[in-house]
Design a protein around this ligand. Structure first.
Ligand code: MN
Length: 344
């Protein structure tokens, strides 16, 4: 009845409304893979992979080539036994994590149709709405201040600010943004652009100037665990791992070695299976959690909205990539200002 009979991959290219700049990287387009899982009784589940070469080493052409393999791997499986399908897809954790995420989510989406229950309730139904931040990419000081002011006025109380290319300018930008939007909270993301020394300087100076930074994300290189540990104890702000934290094994190492206060879970790095494990690891060890995104359209952001609401595990939600892309909205959630409300 509910077994998988076909799996299809489709390339979807989305243009950014304007180029999205982060430390040492600019994106103009998102090349995503839309995954559909077809069941014998006609139900269809949909998921989206938004690969990142920078973080995961994924190329979209290599992902598209997996279509027949994935079909062979999960054909005949019943989506009601979704943990079996999750386990099969775990084999792609290191080579195609975004495809793993999309197939795992498409499985739950098909199950959602069968059970007539939204995915966030299949995952536990902890919350029925979440609040997202909105990201300000790297630009001149004046442009960043203006965008921060406008975004805060639109109702986004948490702003994610991209920095990491120039210490002195970054400090000036953060102070100016904070003066323009004094009621806002800031997640500051250097995307590995700093050294341990410049990261300490940034955090201490911005703290001295009373900027309300709630999370300082991935200041230094992903593989520098010694530097992260030093930073964690030298920074007045909580240190979050993003590029360092892909699989549950990465997060286990980071926590065990006292490298982080926060972890930024992204389904595109971890899939749903590792993300579920990371949630429990973090809860067990009192580590904070945020959830982020790559270049997902509303189809892909939908996955994280349902995951975040269902588990209710996140202090901060950075689920805004669909707002940065030219697309027709197709998510199974409603959006009112910074509110994201999952639906069936
Ligand atoms: Mn990040």
């Amino acid at each position: 009845m509910h077994e998988i009979v076909n799996v299809t991959f489709e390339l979807k290219t989305y243009e950014y409304i304007e180029p999205f700049r982060i430390a040492n990287n600019v994106e103009n387009k998102a090349h995503n893979v839309e995954v559909k899982v077809y069941l014998k009784d006609g139900a269809v589940g949909i998921g989206e992979a938004s690969p990142s070469y920078r973080v995961n080493g994924e190329r979209v052409s290599a992902l598209l080539a997996l279509e027949d393999d994935v079909k062979e791997m999960i054909s005949g499986e019943d989506v009601k036994n979704y943990r079996r399908i999750f386990n099969i897809m775990d084999g792609l954790s290191r080579t195609a994590p975004s495809v793993k995420a999309a197939v795992q989510y498409a499985t739950l989406d098909a199950l959602s149709a069968i059970w007539n229950a939204p995915v966030y309730q299949i995952l536990g139904g902890h919350k029925n709405r979440i609040h997202t931040d909105k990201t300000i990419g790297i630009d001149t000081l004046n442009v960043m201040v203006e965008k921060a002011r406008k975004t805060f006025e639109e109702g986004f109380k948490t702003l994610k600010i991209k920095i990491g290319e120039n210490l002195k300018e970054d400090i000036e930008k953060m102070v100016a943004i904070s003066e323009a939007t004094p009621e806002a909270s800031y997640i500051v993301d250097a995307n590995q652009g700093y050294t341990t020394k410049t990261a300490v300087q940034f955090a201490q100076e911005v703290y001295r100037q009373n900027v309300n930074v709630v999370v300082f994300e991935q200041p230094i290189m992903w593989n520098d665990h010694d530097g992260l540990k030093l930073l964690r104890y030298a920074s007045p702000f909580p240190i979050a791992a993003d590029e360092s934290a892909k699989t549950k094994h990465d997060v286990y190492d980071l926590i065990r070695n006292e490298c982080v206060d926060f972890v930024n879970i992204k389904l595109m790095k971890s899939g749903l299976s590792d993300a579920l494990s990371i949630v429990e690891l973090a809860k067990t060890t009192n580590i904070g959690l945020m959830i982020g995104c790559m270049g997902e359209s509303s189809v892909g952001i939908n996955q994280s909205v349902h995951f975040a609401a269902g588990t209710g595990a996140f202090s901060y939600h950075d689920l805004d990539s669909h707002m940065m892309l030219k697309e027709n909205f197709r998510g199974k959630f409603k959006q009112e200002r910074d509110n994201l409300i999952p639906t069936l």
